[in-house]
Design a protein around this ligand. Structure first.
Ligand SMILES: Nc1nc2c(ncn2[C@@H]2O[C@H](COP(=O)(O)OP(=O)(O)O)[C@@H](O)[C@H]2O)c(=O)[nH]1
Ligand SMILES: [Mg+2]
Length: 440
């Protein structure tokens, strides 16, 4: 889904995470890339420009929060602006009567089947009502959908949609949700407009859901506005997200009207359907784990800035090392932390490597905890007899104590030899990851 946009954004993020330097020019280059990508995905020019302008302003005019590198800050800003572009909060359904509108072929009937099934899974008792009597095959299709999902369907013998609405509401009094499948046309003409308006007066729907196919692109905005004027839409479901690289257009255009996207359809089958959660959606689009969660957790864990800096300079003690391990521990299991680190999601790690690392860190922690304050501060004083004592105290093997000291010395050497580069990335999570043996 969203293949091009997602691939493109993931590429931009990778560039940002792995680029050697983030300066003014690098930021401008990234902004150019983002704008180009949004336009290619059919996002409105005005919207794309606005998004880029917002990111630029935040990066150049606002102060980068302390404890954050420009790189991380920029990622955060890009993420936030995309979330803003693609909606803010997930939104569910309220009320009993849900009326579906949309042009012919947009996916109304299919979506009603999907949503019906979704309600069944939530232990609700949905019912479906056929209101499209212009096409003979339409009620038939809804009957079929009902059969497949085991949900009752009302079809009016007289083929009068207004009677159908009235009679169905009578019949389905005991059901908790009634889904009304209205007629569509290839365009919203006067006759259809009239019928929908009348139906909406009879049904008095709690929700009016506009169904829009993702491949409609920028036109989605006009359509949403027209339907909204006519019957007042309360939400949108975007279908066929699986079939187009340009889905950004429909999504962004719809949201501009103030409509909330509630669900997205990702295929023809009844389970190809998911609630729309903008923050999760954008994370996925960026190829990141949940960046926001990571940033919050990092703050919670209060990774000590100075000790990170010391590590970056190759000038750190075992005490610093321990603090880092403990901070990482507070952020959750390593696999979880790793999936949240920008860029890490894109790196394939050998199976079991994280678990092994985690185990190793635990051992290191126990060993360091068995050391005296002096030993943690000046590891050079640790002689063989001290190694023996530490091993005994921590219940670990002498070998493991030596391995820790080795790892410490190597890391120190590595960080020193990296010199300038390490300094540049000081404080960054990437650096932290490197510290603990991940390659990014
Ligand atoms: N690939 C894909 N096809 C869909 C999706 N939703 C609906 N369709 C297809 O779009 C066509 C029209 O759907 P239908 O529900 O009959 O549209 P309606 O005229 O608005 O009721 C059918 O062939 C559906 O299988 C979707 O999310 N993905
Ligand atoms: Mg239909």
């Amino acid at each position: 889904m969203f293949n091009n946009l997602s691939k493109g954004l993931a590429g931009i993020v990778r560039k940002l995470v792995t680029g050697t330097n983030v300066d003014k020019q690098a930021i401008e280059d990234i902004l150019t890339d983002i704008r180009k990508l949004l336009l290619e995905s059919d996002v409105d020019v005005e919207l794309a420009n606005q998004l880029v302008a917002n990111i630029r302003r935040k990066c150049f005019e606002e102060k980068v929060p302390s404890g954050m590198t420009l790189r991380e800050y920029m990622l955060k800003v890009i993420y936030e602006e995309l979330v803003r572009l693609l909606g803010d909060k997930p939104s569910g359904f309220s009320g009993k009567r849900i009326m579906f509108v949309g042009l012919f072929g947009s996916g109304k009937t299919t979506t009603i089947g999907k949503l019906g099934r979704y309600f069944v899974k939530q232990n609700l008792k949905p019912a479906l009502v056929a209101l499209d009597y212009h096409r003979p095959a339409a009620p038939e299709q809804l009957m079929q959908t009902g059969k497949e999902t085991n949900i009752p369907v009302y079809v009016e013998e007289s083929k009068n949609p207004f009677d159908a609405a009235k009679n169905a509401m009578q019949k389905f009094q005991k059901n908790n949700v009634i889904l009304f499948d209205t007629a569509g046309r290839s365009a919203l003409d006067a006759e259809l407009a009239d019928e929908l308006k009348k139906l909406s007066e009879i049904i008095k729907p709690d929700e009016v859901i506009l169904v829009i196919p993702a491949d409609l692109g920028k036109v989605a905005r006009k359509q949403a506005e027209e339907f909204n004027k006519l019957v007042g839409i309360t939400g949108v479901i975007i279908t066929k997200m699986d079939g187009t690289a340009k889905a950004g257009g429909a999504l962004a255009a719809t949201l501009v009207t103030g409509a909330k996207v509630k669900f997205i359809g990702t295929g023809e089958k009844v389970d190809d359907f998911e609630p729309y959660d903008p923050t999760r959606f954008v994370s996925r689009l960026l190829g990141l784990g949940d960046l926001q969660t990571l940033l919050e957790k990092a703050k919670e864990a209060e990774i000590k800035k100075e000790s990170v800096e010391k590590i970056a300079e190759g000038n750190f003690t075992l005490q610093d090392f321990l603090e880092q391990i403990e901070a990482m521990g507070k952020m959750g299991p390593l696999s979880q932390v790793a999936s949240m680190i920008p860029g890490m999601g894109m790196v394939k790690m050998p199976e079991g490597m994280l678990e092994k690392q985690e185990q190793r860190l635990k051992v290191f922690r126990h060993i360091i905890q068995s050391m005296t304050k002096d030993e943690r501060q000046y590891p050079d004083i640790i002689t063989s007899s001290r190694v023996r004592r530490i091993a005994k105290g921590s219940g670990r093997k002498e070998e493991e104590v030596r391995e820790l000291l080795n790892q410490y010395n190597q890391t120190k050497k590595m960080m020193r030899s990296l010199g300038g580069m390490a300094g540049m990335q000081r404080g960054s999570l990437k650096n932290l990851a490197k510290q603990f043996g991940f390659k990014m």
